[in-house]
Design a protein around this ligand. Sequence first.
Ligand code: SF4
Ligand code: SF4
Length: 318
Amino acid sequence: MKAIKKEVFNRLISSLIKSYEVIAPVKKELVSFEVIKRPEEIYFKTNSYFPVKEFFFKKNETLFRFNGNNVKVPVKKPKKKVLIGLRRCDLNSILRQDMAFIDEDVDAYYKKERENCVLIGYHCSKVEDEYCFCGSLKLLDFFDLMLYDKGKSFLVEVGSKKGEKFVKRYKQFFKESKVKKIDKVVKGSDRLKKKDISSLYDHADWEKGVKRCLSCAACNLLCPGCYCFDINDKVEIKDLSKGERCRTWAACQLRCFTRVAGEHVFRDKREDRFKHRIYHQLQYFKEKHGVNLCTGCGRCIRGCPTRIDFVKIINEMK
Ligand code: SF4
Ligand code: SF4
């Protein structure tokens, strides 16, 4: 275990900003991950309202430009990144997106953004609010470095070879700590009581959520794990052979998500869409990858305009 005083940490960040794109939670009206220019911008007090995924899985991305049969893939080389202040739920969401975009089939666009980046976590000393449930989901230690806030300093746990190399490179900023082990349990975060929902699909209680759901898709867009996308061609009106192929985030809560040729919508009922998201988060992804897609960050509940708490609904099912 290493240690770093907070004023020294700020000097480290100032030095990183010279050679990396440094991304951290910043508080404006709401907290979001942004590229920072000064260490004082970092906001550790609460987790970001918005997920960090857009730095790897872009909201809008040009896959290639075409002019007749001539196709050009953009050759932008992403900058080296250091991401700071990621909570355990968000770090595990990056791991889930790696499973979908790298382990399953390599997505070159995503992979390029994920390479050359250092992940520095910030451990939650308590639950953010009544919506968190990370403690129910067996999350892993997935970070290069993890910061434990000790008031005037941080304890720093090294979690990977990349983290070791980073500490070595910036060794003048870190000190050895006598602390050998740290308690990582976040009290009160084990809120989801039923871990296996496979037998509950036809339960009448889903209606408690379905009847309040507006199909607005805020839950999808705020989720750090959701990774569905659409692909569209934007063509030039004057010459339809010219244009670009783009991908944008998609959302399974929108009716158009499952609209196919012939105007057939195979998840036409709101109930089916509502349950599909929760089953993908808590069952289908696990069947394929061995872990839940959901990491219990609570954003989809916090940001839902009608505050539908699917954890409460599941817990109350008899
Ligand atoms: S954010 Fe809430 S209302 Fe909107 S689609 Fe999701 S569950 Fe439904
Ligand atoms: S489903 Fe909800 S609680 Fe789970 S990771 Fe996504 S936003 Fe967070």
